[in-house]
Design a protein around this ligand. Sequence first.
Ligand code: CDP
Length: 232
Amino acid sequence: MALKREDGRKASDLRPMQAKVGVVPNADGSAIFTFGDTIAIAAVYGPKQLHPQHMQDPSTGILRCNYDLLSFSVSDRKKPGPSRRSQELSKMTQWALEPALDLEGFPNTVIDVEVQIIQADAGTRTAGINAAALALAHAGVPMRNLVCAVAIGKLDKDIVVDLDKSEEDFEGGEGPTDFPVAKLANTDQYTLLQLDGKIQPERVKEVLSFADESCAKIYEIQKKALKEALGE
Ligand code: CDP
């Protein structure tokens, strides 16, 4: 039987995306990125001298990311402040972005990236990475490439892209599977592969092929947002 998604999307269809840079006037760079009802804002500060001094690296600048959900972003109010989940997602946001940056020209400095989720309907870590990559570019941080991210998942036996919360909570068949992927745009260089759930090893190639197709679409949205900011 053909796969039916509740919102009528085909397996390879992303939710509607929007991106805009320059949304936080007080930051050095900023961006908003949305997947449907999931809205992420990223703000970049720096490069600036890193304190305490013993954490400085004289050979390069370092990236520091902080991801969080705002209290009103989820249906049950989220307790403000850091949690195990936000610490994990902050770290993996940093790991996903680092390979795109070239910070050797900024020894002893730090670049802070703040990712806040305004509204959450699954895919917040990947929306956050897309927003953060745009915010870094908007801040003029030297980058080898943009980073594009998307969550691939499984609905029973079918691979689908960009699950919303109702899909992520799907319990039927083989159970829920969430496979967030980030990569350097237009390359085969993946900067994040996570897996929550189960997938047969022989199906990972299929997941990556869905991720590649989705990331190409995300890259176009990101490029358009940057060009709009440059007034082109
Ligand atoms: O958001 P993402 O899919 O990257 O990460 P997750 O940890 O798999 O969370 C999936 C979804 O669960 C989030 O996008 C939110 O919609 C929801 N969630 C929530 O309602 N309350 C939380 N404290 C955390 C997540």
